[in-house]
Design a protein around this ligand. Structure first.
Ligand code: GLY
Ligand code: MN
Ligand code: MN
Length: 443
């Protein structure tokens, strides 16, 4: 249904108002709830509301459409949603229903979704522009085209002439997090911290030779569920060389003694994602080579974080991480050449093929531009992003000494830009090699 306190109802109303001010009284905004999706035959994937829909309503049900009609005398905020249905609710759970939507969500008017064909064209009439997430939901695209064609077919010339991407306006709003959002994000992070600790403890306590990656995944996700959260994305648990597979998801291998385990897992709490990675030795002690590379990734993260403050370019964090990794790889002998050539030639891509971070929010790879007019965007207070350098030496990297091969490491933390600099939301989680060893020795 909906999870709304009065504070959140006010927040959603304020977001809708701001959006309406931006689009103006010549426009209408139309946004559909995420469709339910079939997993197999008559079984559905767990339902997740569309992030923009969630952002503007807090409403968690499928089969709903929000229309914002700025300046409309008889109500600007209109919701279409499923009607109450005693029999269906007995199968699928409670529905809010149009009768209760006004009070629960703070919308001006609510109608049964089954009436949308009759009502929505009337709301669009006379509006020059329609803002809509074009191409997101092919089924809803067709419906919208059908309504517009019907209006045009009547020849009254009052159908919207222009269809504009809704995304850009909302993306910019969502990029800047408010205090109530940050409270939820911190909760998602705190749950995730407990989850990573639980996995490290389970690894070191597991009987020798008995541990599988999925057991650690279960530890992580158990912490999520017992805190009313769920995975924000498919948890990655990779032991040994599996850690070098960036989107590894099988999580099915045996963890061998002496291997590192990379866990990239984050909780989603009330719609907001955490995204944290730690890499730890299954037996609680780093080998010399594992430690050297782990220290280097830590140093790259420190270098990136040193750039995180208002006015700095987003790209400066990646550049700092790449420089530190390049220096270290030259020092350890994994790369050869002059530092400036290695940096300019992006040679470390061989072992560090991804970027150093991304926006974080309702989506794990959250919305918002990274570049403006061709230049890297400057950081501002309220932005939240990850800082996640890594090193991945493939098992078949014949050009480096064998002792380095098959080591994969990523360290990922979640960071808020503040007025004075930044705050690492996940700072409480053990990160340096000695902190991880100390934790694993004590659990
Ligand atoms: N877990 C996805 C990422 O780190 O970007
Ligand atoms: Mn990430
Ligand atoms: Mn991640």
């Amino acid at each position: 249904m909906a999870l709304l306190t009065a504070e959140w109802r006010r927040l959603h109303a304020a977001r809708r108002k701001r959006l309406m001010e931006m689009v103006g009284t010549e426009a209408i905004v139309v946004l559909a709830a995420a469709p339910e999706r079939v997993r197999s035959r008559d079984t559905l994937y767990p339902y997740r509301q569309d992030s923009n829909f969630l952002y503007l309503t807090g409403f968690l049900e499928p089969d709903a459409v929000l229309a914002l009609v700025p300046g409309r005398r008889y109500g600007e905020v209109i919701l279409f949603c499923r009607e109450r249905d005693r029999e269906r609710e007995g199968w699928d759970g409670p529905r809010l229903g149009p009768e209760r939507a006004g009070a629960a969500l703070g919308v001006d008017d609510a109608y049964p979704i089954s009436d949308i064909d009759d009502i929505l064209p009337g709301l669009m009439e006379g509006r020059a522009r329609a803002y809509y997430p074009l191409g997101l939901d092919a089924g809803f695209d067709l419906k919208l085209i059908g309504w517009v064609n019907r209006m045009r077919g009547r020849g009254d010339g009052r159908a919207p002439q222009e269809f504009l991407q809704l995304g850009h306006l909302l993306d910019e709003m969502r990029l800047f997090k408010t205090e109530p959002e940050l409270r939820l994000m911190q909760r998602a992070v705190d749950i995730t911290i407990d989850a990573h600790r639980a996995a490290m403890g389970a690894a070191v306590r597991a009987p020798r030779g008995e541990l599988h990656e999925y057991v650690l995944q279960a530890e992580v996700e158990r912490e999520f569920r017992r805190n009313d959260a769920q995975p924000a994305y498919a948890s990655i648990v990779g032991a040994g060389a599996n850690a070098c597979i960036l989107h590894y998801g099988a999580n099915a291998s045996r963890v061998r003694a002496g291997e590192l385990v990379l866990i990239d897992a984050g909780a989603e709490y009330r719609g907001y994602a955490a995204d944290i990675t730690r890499t730890f030795p299954a037996n609680g002690r780093f080998t010399r080579e594992q430690r050297a590379l782990h220290d280097l990734v830590c140093a790259a993260q420190d270098a990136a974080l040193a750039q995180a403050r208002p006015g700095a370019a987003f790209a400066a964090m990646h550049e700092a991480a790449v420089r530190t990794l390049s220096e270290g790889l030259l020092r350890l002998g994994l790369l050869k050449g002059r530092l400036e050539d290695v940096v300019a030639g992006e040679t470390c891509k061989r072992f560090y093929p991804h970027k150093t971070g991304h926006w974080l929010g309702l989506d794990v790879h959250d919305v918002g531009e990274y570049r403006i007019d061709g230049a890297s965007r400057l950081l501002e207070p309220g932005m939240v992003f990850t800082v996640e350098p890594g090193l991945y030496v493939p098992a078949d990297a014949a050009e480096v000494p064998a002792k380095w091969r098959g080591i994969g490491i990523r360290i990922e933390d979640d960071v808020l830009v503040t007025r004075g600099g930044h705050r690492v939301l996940s700072a409480a989680l053990e990160r340096r090699a000695e902190e991880i060893e100390a934790l694993m020795a004590r659990v």
